[in-house]
Design a binder for this molecule. Structure first.
Ligand code: KDO
Length: 334
């Protein structure tokens, strides 16, 4: 008996075999180029987050992907990265709650000053059910996956001049640079300042020329960007226990094998934990550096800043978009 195999059948079988090969082993193993993961950020190459990702994350995924970071806003401008990922023009970014809140109003809860107590609270919130739900919202609404949370440092006021700041009232009339979204500008007002938007990459010159009277960032960032060269004081308001999220294209994610997805996830988590620990350790020792550079570093009446900010957030339009009961769940998270 002869079995007749038509031409069509042969082509069909070959196609199935080829697709199966790709699906089972991924494009890299199928002899294709590695997947390119371009990451865009306003941060410098020496920033702790940049360094952690360029080593731990890049090495972790190197079997099938090439991590290609672009620093100092050189690929996409600050605040445009998430839309670029959603549209398929970029694979990764280091994003923030403020940028997410611009596109998904529920996320504005995480932009509130004096909400997170410390880095441990932040991790408890995002690595538990709240994180799962809020990450899913981003995936559903934006087609962007948030892989991990990293502590970015606690934001402090960094000002020119020698006016002593004790309460939010002392900030009246101070032109404080805040990043250019509504959530950041509101935080500037909650601190009692006159906020003005400016891109991160322009802050040093803004301080140098006196276009702005000050800015706010975590201490390691102030050192990395040399803001101490053009300012006179740091006021330890600790107004935002700041965090970033590693954002990843869902389209790219969906094209990975389950093993590759796991490797991406594990590498992101490992890098984010290392980055968080490095930043925390650095913050603890860095005050002496600024003092040696001639800056005054002191703690104001933090309770006065906290009560003004909390009241303003609760009365704000932002709070109308906060999911029912989420504030209480965040406060209770341990
Ligand atoms: C900034 O513009 O001040 C800020 O610190 C805001 C953060 O959310 C984050 O985007 C950060 O800039 C950039 O990663 C540059 O460090």
């Amino acid at each position: 008996m002869t079995i007749h195999i038509g031409r069509r059948t042969i082509i069909g079988a070959a196609t199935i075999a080829l697709l199966a090969g790709i699906a089972l082993t991924g494009p890299a193993a199928a002899g294709q180029d590695k997947i390119k993961l371009r990451m865009s950020t306003p941060a410098s190459a020496t920033d702790f987050r940049s360094q952690g990702l360029a080593t731990t994350f890049a090495e972790g995924v190197s079997g099938f992907a090439t991590y290609e970071p672009h620093y100092n806003d050189s690929l996409f401008k600050q605040g445009t990265e998430l839309v670029a990922i959603a549209r398929g023009n970029l694979e990764m970014s280091i994003t923030s709650a403020q940028e997410l809140a611009k596109l998904i109003p529920e996320w504005s809860i995480f932009t509130a000053g004096y909400l997170m107590r410390d880095p441990a609270h932040q991790r408890a919130v995002f690595e538990g059910d709240i994180g799962k739900e809020m990450y899913q919202l981003v995936e559903d609404k934006l087609g962007v996956k948030l892989l991990s949370v990293m502590y970015f440092g606690t934001r402090q006021l960094n000002l020119r001049g020698d006016k002593v700041i004790n309460t939010p009232e002392d900030m009246a009339g101070i032109k404080l640079r805040m990043p250019g979204t509504d959530a950041w500008q509101f935080l500037g007002r909650a601190l009692g300042a006159n906020p003005t938007p400016m891109a991160f990459t322009e802050v040093y010159t803004g301080l140098q020329t006196g276009t702005i009277d000050g800015q706010d960032n975590p201490l390691p960032t102030n050192k990395d960007r040399k803001f101490y060269e053009v300012t006179d004081q740091i006021v330890l308001t600790s107004h935002l226990v700041d965090m970033n999220f590693l954002a990843f294209s869902k389209t790219v994610w969906d094209g990975l094998t389950p093993e590759q997805q796991q490797t991406v996830q594990d590498s992101a988590q490992r890098a984010s934990l290392e980055i968080s620990e490095t930043i925390l350790a650095n913050e603890a020792e860095i005050v002496e550096f600024f003092k040696a550079e001639g800056l005054k570093v002191y703690t104001p009446d933090v309770d006065a800043f906290r009560s003004r900010a909390q009241k303003m957030y609760l009365e704000s339009d932002f709070s109308k978009d906060w999911p029912e009961g989420l504030l209480e769940r965040i406060n209770a998270a341990k």
